[in-house]
Design a protein around this ligand. Structure first.
Ligand SMILES: *Cc1c(COP(=O)(O)O)cnc(C)c1O
Length: 393
């Protein structure tokens, strides 16, 4: 039997990413493919840089999307900035900090881990202590928005401490970009990477990155070649660079870039501050609804990421059965716990296009229905009303 075309079902994506992609982005993806050196395409690339600089709040010339998912943006930062023998302090408070360690070691660097409790922000004092104990450290790396737990760290404070000890900073802003305040220049972040499928509500597979002049200088003065040919920024810049003639490096994912361009235009139309405020308001409404039902958040409110809500699974409830019923009966996807949090929490994303009052209500109604059906100990029929009180204000 011949295999037929693939038609995915319609879902509501409220997990840790991907989030729902705007119909405008889906339409942009289907526009005609043109050559990656076509002058019209080059103009689009220049606009893309301008839009990314706006989203990151930076004037960094070296700002562009890496042609691969967020993990490749992460790797781009590490392979370019870490040389063999470099000591890197990695603050870890969840799954993604562990991946940073892997990256450092694969670049021949020495990772010094500073551990924090999962579900809490990174403690700036612990970073300062580690820097005092390791005066030869060259780089500090941390995750701004830990998607595995829903905790947000004070990036500005951490970068300030790192600079006091003359270290460069690498910041994972995959889940924060577009969803919660991120000011790359104001906070003096040296290297930052993000993803497209979280709060930008674009399809997965691209990773915006940005490097300030200090980071660029470190890359230019490397004693060794960057181990990865594909991610060597000295070469990539030949294609994405501003003034010089564009040279072929790799074939850009042309249509995917149309999608990101559109997603960034949408963000620009809404305004960054408005997008951050929308994420925060919908988070508060979801929180009010869930707490009225008797469910608890893992992260204290002051450290909570508005776009990723980790909810403690009540005792005796089969967490996988809940997710499975939400998907089959309500077409709603939420996330499971990751790493040490597996089986202990659900992760409800309110990212980008998915962060809306109607999705807050839909999620509360669906959870109420499924949890009552599974005889979980919750208060029935009170979630949406509690959320509505916040949404009306
Ligand atoms: C999603 C995510 C990643 C990985 O991004 P991919 O696009 O899946 O490679 C890395 N770090 C954080 C904090 C994330 O949320």
């Amino acid at each position: 039997m011949a295999i037929k075309s693939f038609h995915p079902p319609q879902r509501v994506l409220m997990g840790p990413g991907p989030s729902d992609v705007s119909p405008r982005v889906l339409e942009a993806l289907s526009r005609p493919t043109i050559g990656h050196l076509d002058p019209v395409f080059i103009t689009m690339m220049d606009e893309m840089k301008t839009l990314l600089k706006f989203a990151f709040q930076t004037e960094n010339e070296l700002t562009m999307p890496v042609s691969a998912p967020g993990s490749a943006g992460m790797e781009t930062c590490f392979v370019n900035l870490v040389e063999p023998g470099d000591k890197v302090i990695v603050c870890q408070n969840g799954v993604f900090g562990g991946r940073m360690k892997e990256n450092v070691e694969r670049c021949g660097g020495i990772a010094v881990m500073v551990q924090d409790e999962w579900g809490r922000a990174i403690d700036p004092q612990k970073l300062e202590d580690a820097l005092k104990a390791n005066p030869d450290a060259r780089i500090v790396a941390f995750v701004h928005a830990e998607t595995s737990t829903g905790a947000q760290s004070d990036a500005k404070a951490l970068v300030e401490i790192a600079h006091k000890y003359d270290c460069l900073t690498i910041v994972d802003a995959i889940t924060s970009l577009g969803g919660t305040p991120l000011n790359v220049d104001q906070w003096n972040i040296d290297a930052v990477y993000s993803g497209t499928q979280k709060c930008l509500s674009c399809t997965p597979g691209l990773s915006p990155v940005s490097f300030n002049p200090r980071a660029q200088e470190k890359i230019r003065n490397r004693k060794t070649k960057v181990q990865s040919w594909f991610m060597d920024l000295n070469l990539v810049m030949g294609y994405w660079g501003g003034a010089t003639k564009r040279a072929y490096h790799h074939t850009a994912p042309i249509n995917a870039l149309y999608g990101l361009h559109e997603a960034l235009v949408i963000l620009q139309e809404e305004g960054l501050q408005n997008a951050w405020a929308r994420h925060h308001k919908n988070h508060l409404a979801l929180r009010a609804g869930l707490e009225a039902m008797g469910l608890n958040f893992m992260v204290p409110e002051a450290e909570c990421l508005p776009q990723l809500n980790a909810i403690i699974v009540p005792d005796g409830v089969d967490e996988a059965a809940v997710r499975s019923l939400l998907l089959s009966e309500h077409k709603l996807e939420i996330g499971a716990g990751l790493g040490a949090m597996a089986g202990k929490v659900w992760r409800i994303g309110l990212m980008g296009h998915s962060s809306s009052p109607s999705n807050v209500r839909l999620c509360l109604n669906a959870l109420d229905d499924v949890l009552v059906r599974l005889k979980a100990p919750i208060r029935h029929g009170v979630g949406v009303e509690a959320a509505n009180r916040l949404l009306a204000s």
